[in-house]
Design a protein around this ligand. Structure first.
Ligand code: HEM
Length: 329
């Protein structure tokens, strides 16, 4: 099933096919921030959540669903998902959009794919794994850049020199500094601080502790990402450490495992990274950002809180966006 999803939904070809949806949702994100701009500031998390929800849902279900209802209430979730599946079945019966209306197979969504294969259960898992992780990564990256204005300035200057009128996905690969910002954010604040539990297949001794065979093993990637044996000034936010470095998050460098490693590694890396890059590039390109109440960067509270295997920001990020006139530096 995992293999199926990787090939059918999260492969490079599929991720590329969802580009028009992502671009549309990115424009809505910019418009929503512009609308809610005020002197008191904007709470970024709900707006980012709506964006990530829409992008993941449009890929998975063909349309946006209500995020809060999905996450908070299992019964509502079931009935919403039933509705989505029934919708798709009805469309198939009337033979209108079993495949995409334009006849292009690549615009099928996950529900179409799973209905083709008669495997409906996986839909909800995919949704939950994809939305919260991306939202939190974007929020943490913004928070760290607000606390470290020189990083914000470098990322902004880069975005504004790569793009002229608008952000396009084709140009995202040129944002090297932003890529380093995202890596550094994932090192310090991995959205899943513990990987999926593993079971040891043989006896081992780790750090002086005997681990019997068949023990449940939890890998704490948060602690590994801050271990001074592997990272200089481990608690410092310094995207520069990833510039000209070969360390990446694809599971081969065990000091940096935000997406896990091995057979259970996150299959949504490509999907997740493009969503995070696209959102951040838009936030940096279209807005200047200020802290409310004349707060100084060093006073921004980035205390982490751990619950439900997620690292959350204790204080929700509140920022003032100042829309930029395109063409100005
Ligand atoms: C910044 C974004 C994301 C991060 C940091 C992240 C991180 C992770 C991690 C750490 C795991 C566990 C891996 C392990 O134990 O080795 C995981 C599993 C998973 N992720 Fe992601 N993820 C992200 C985005 C996504 C997206 C966008 C999707 C799908 C749309 C997705 C789908 C999944 C699924 C289905 C699993 C379970 C895999 C399994 O059970 O074998 N993730 N993710």
């Amino acid at each position: 099933m995992r293999k199926l999803c990787v090939v059918e939904l999260l492969s490079a070809r599929r991720v590329l096919s969802f580009r028009p949806h992502r671009m549309e949702e990115a424009s809505k994100l910019v418009a929503a921030i512009s609308r809610s701009s005020s002197h008191e500031g904007v709470r970024l998390k709900p707006i980012l959540g709506t964006f990530a929800n829409a992008v993941v849902c449009r890929a998975a279900f063909g349309k946006p669903l209500k995020l809060v209802a999905l996450l908070d209430d299992a019964m509502v979730t079931d009935s919403l998902l039933d509705e989505v599946i029934n919708d798709h079945m009805a469309k198939r019966r009337t033979n209108s959009t079993a495949k995409a209306t334009d006849g292009d197979q690549t615009t099928e969504d996950l529900v179409d794919v799973l209905l083709n294969l008669q495997k409906n259960m996986y839909v909800q898992d995919m949704f939950l794994a994809g939305t919260d992780t991306t939202t939190r990564t974007i929020e943490w990256a913004m928070a760290e850049m607000m606390k470290n204005p020189s990083a914000m300035q470098k990322a902004q200057t880069e975005a504004r020199s790569v793009f002229s009128d608008n952000v396009t996905e084709e140009g995202l690969h040129e944002l090297e500094y932003l890529d380093a910002v995202i890596k550094e954010t994932l090192r310090l604040h991995p959205p899943g601080p513990f990987l999926i539990p593993r079971e040891s297949r043989e006896e081992a001794n780790v750090g002086g502790f005997d681990i019997p065979v068949r023990s449940q093993v939890l890998v704490n990637v948060w602690a590994i990402g801050r271990d001074p044996r592997y990272w200089n000034e481990a608690d410092k936010f310094s995207p520069e450490r990833f510039l000209n470095s070969t360390t990446d998050y694809r599971g081969a460098h065990f000091q940096f495992l935000p997406f896990g490693a091995g057979r259970r590694m996150c299959p949504g890396i490509q999907f997740g990274m493009v969503v995070v890059q696209l959102a951040l590039a838009n936030l940096l390109f279209h807005f200047d950002w200020k802290l409310p109440n004349e707060m100084k960067p060093e006073d921004l509270d980035l205390t982490e809180e751990f619950s439900d295997n997620a690292l959350k920001m204790r204080e929700t990020l509140l920022l003032i966006p100042v829309a930029r006139r395109i063409g100005s530096p």
